[in-house]
Design a protein around this ligand. Structure first.
Ligand SMILES: NC(=O)C1=CN([C@@H]2O[C@H](COP(=O)(O)OP(=O)(O)OC[C@H]3O[C@@H](n4cnc5c(N)ncnc54)[C@H](OP(=O)(O)O)[C@@H]3O)[C@@H](O)[C@H]2O)C=CC1
Ligand SMILES: O=C(CO)COP(=O)(O)O
Length: 325
């Protein structure tokens, strides 16, 4: 099956590579003509994957129509807040029935919508799916072993996509819990910022472990309010991605939190999806009456209305309660 990968950043490049390595004819659309030339002529994407030699078979185009010719599966790999714009470009261009696999992790800030809701709204004839799990683009581009989950409401479609997108070093599990996979991927970014801030502020590994564990409780509470299944959130696109991104400065969200905790400048930092998701996640939790003090603290720290010292004070002085309450 022919796969079209839309989005020329770190993850789009890595997924285009892995699709090719899995044996699929693959087109790769990036909107930046200079980046297209770098991929096609020098086999590199210096803006997003510096120092990584790309497979010579990978070619890119900045012509969206050309990328979509014959496409039987589309991977949408622009940042979450840009998904609506990318979907709008697909209207009238993508064939009905072709699945759109959302590879971004986030919730739309302006509407509180899940990314699959945006696809359903903009492209009602194209079933949405989501690919999520612990997977750094650099690891995947280098061909290191990785496992992710591919979800769609239709279990058969999810299984077909998992087979299609798997490659020798890239193992895709399938799930019919689309909501769970989406929410797990979106909320882990907020917690990765929190974990980074804890380390950046010098609060120690014990505090980091407590934060991630209690943050996971919030992720499950908020996930449940969306209808996510608990076992999905215990899987790759939830717990798995927390393990990866709450403990490594290779994560841009963790690195963002690290800088925040240290009091460093945040100007010019790489994409940290949790920044956009924190505010809307905190709003959704408040509207639904869900206790989510860590998510709320991250939102206020990012807004500059709460210092990390005060956040720690607030979190530690909350009334004591049973752990499973
Ligand atoms: N990097 C990773 O390890 C992983 C990332 N993800 C997720 O994938 C998503 C994308 O991340 P990633 O590729 O790393 O991000 P990057 O910051 O590396 O790249 C973003 C890319 O999206 C393009 N872009 C931005 N806005 C638009 C738009 N409106 N239309 C078309 N293209 C656009 C940028 O183009 P331009 O250069 O022209 O601005 C750039 O090519 C995020 O949601 C992230 O959470 C998921 C798993 C792993
Ligand atoms: O989602 C990711 C790995 O699974 C990438 O994490 P960052 O966006 O924090 O770099």
């Amino acid at each position: 099956m022919k796969v079209a990968v839309l989005g020329g950043g770190a993850w789009g490049t890595a997924l285009a590579l892995t699709s090719l390595r899995g044996g699929n004819p693959t087109t790769f659309w990036m909107r930046d003509a200079d980046a297209v030339r770098a991929v096609n002529e020098r086999h590199e994407n210096p803006g997003y994957l510096p120092g990584i030699a790309l497979d010579a078979e990978l070619t890119a185009t900045d012509d969206l129509d050309a990328a979509l010719v014959g496409a039987e599966c589309v991977l949408a790999v622009a940042p979450a807040q840009a998904l609506r714009e990318v979907a709008s470009r697909l209207v009238g261009r993508i064939r009905p029935g072709v699945p759109v696999v959302i590879c971004a992790k986030g919730i739309e800030r302006s509407s509180g919508k899940r990314l699959s809701e945006i696809i359903r709204e903009m492209l009602p004839d194209n079933p949405p799916a989501a690919l999520s799990g612990p997977s750094f683009a650099t690891d995947v581009a280098r061909g290191l072993p990785t496992a992710v989950t591919v979800a769609a409401v239709d279990a058969e479609l999810a299984a077909m996509l998992a087979r299609l997108l798997s490659a020798p070093q890239f193992r895709c599990y399938s799930s019919d819990d689309l909501v769970g996979v989406e929410i797990g991927g979106a909320l882990k970014n907020v917690l990765a910022i929190a974990a980074g801030a804890v380390i950046g502020a010098g609060l120690g590994a014990s505090a980091q472990a407590a934060l991630v564990t209690r943050g996971f409780v919030e992720l499950r509470r908020i996930g449940a309010s969306f209808g996510a299944r608990p076992e999905t959130l215990m899987g790759l696109s939830g717990l798995g991605d927390l393990v990866l991104t709450c403990g490594s400065a290779q994560s841009r969200n963790f690195a963002y939190g690290l800088a925040l905790g240290r009091g460093d400048s945040l100007v010019g930092m790489k994409l940290a999806e949790g920044v956009a998701t924190a505010g809307i996640a905190a709003t959704i939790a408040a509207q639904r009456g869900i206790r989510a003090p860590i998510t709320d603290a991250v939102d206020r720290m990012l807004a500059g209305t709460l210092t990390i010292d005060r956040a720690v004070g607030e979190l530690l002085s909350r009334p004591l309660r049973a752990e499973d309450d």
